[in-house]
Design a protein around this ligand. Sequence first.
Ligand code: NAP
Ligand code: ZN
Ligand code: ZN
Length: 352
Amino acid sequence: MYKTKAYSAASATSPLASTAIPRRDPTEQDVQIEILFCGICHSDLHAVRNEWSSVMPTIYPIVPGHEIVGRVTKVGGAVRKYKPGDLAAVGCLVDSDGTCPQCKEGLEQFCPHLTLTFNSADKHLGGVTYGGYSNSIVVDERFVLRVPANLKLAGAAPLLCAGITTYSPMRHWGVRKGRKVGVVGLGGLGHMAVKFAHAFGAHVVVFTTSPAKKEDALRLGADEVVISRNTDEMKKHAGSFDFILDAVSADHDINAYLSLLGRDGNLTLVGAPAKPLGVSAFGLIMGRRSLSGSNIGGIAETQEMLDFCGAHDITADVEVIPIQKVNEAYERLLKADVKYRFSIDMASLKSE
Ligand SMILES: NC(=O)c1ccc[n+]([C@@H]2O[C@H](COP(=O)([O-])OP(=O)(O)OC[C@H]3O[C@@H](n4cnc5c(N)ncnc54)[C@H](OP(=O)(O)O)[C@@H]3O)[C@@H](O)[C@H]2O)c1
Ligand SMILES: [Zn+2]
Ligand SMILES: [Zn+2]
């Protein structure tokens, strides 16, 4: 076991602050990574403030962060795919049982015994896993990903959650040329959804509550932008969408979006607001519409997404911040004021 610097929160109402956490010495199968950048996902904020207490209560202290890129510093004797000096990435998962039907199909994100990167039982050290707001992490080779060499690292980090969480459902629901696709909420996930839907050739409409984001939405690849608080603008799209991805982090009216789906259209929730959403039965009955959800993506698909990003030169638009600004960044996230992902430069933690 060794110690590494990190930022943790001691309770749901405490700010994140500097600390030291234990990491295991790499086993035969492990890769040790020096973390260079870690994205800030809204899920970090939900977890730090225990907003998901009814589903996955937070165990304190918590070290969040699951959008990790870095450089390999050490590998175990059985590791074949990585060597010291390689770039490597880690997303939301660090382990699973490997034997259940989900794992066998490469859908580790649905494994009943999965280990999340933070706030999951730590099989090696006891206690809970600690995430990427730290200088170093040790992860089983099976959960380490390769970063295409052409991608800028600060913008590549958010691909590990915001990227795969939007890529996976759009692949699943057949987003492609000829499809009309809506993206609700232009935050970290939403802006990646726009980039992917555009790259897949779909007609992309962004729904935003922030009129100031309109120009950016068009630049990111949207064909149209709707200010969702304007009911006349919304009505113009009634019954016309094949697929809508809802990436909103707070309570909102999803019936307004269900009514925009065409026959057999699907709305997939990736946003995970703390409060249950009210769904009108008629919004689904009429037009045989469906409402579904999606959770990140499996390891193979995450690698596929990273390779797709390498081939199409896709990264997140990031505001790079030092770790000392993390609490300020959380307050801005709550105001939907981020363009469009915060990426923490982990070199800033070394000076603490
Ligand atoms: N399913 C999964 O696997 C998965 C993975 C990662 C994250 N998530 C969840 O996805 C959600 C989004 O994450 P994120 O990191 O993209 O968050 P984010 O960067 O904060 O973006 C959320 C966006 O939602 C919109 N929004 C915020 N408050 C709103 C309100 N009251 N009414 C309507 N729209 C509102 C804003 O967009 P506009 O300004 O454009 O309106 C905001 O930028 C979070 O709940 C997160 O936990 C789920
Ligand atoms: Zn996330
Ligand atoms: Zn499994």
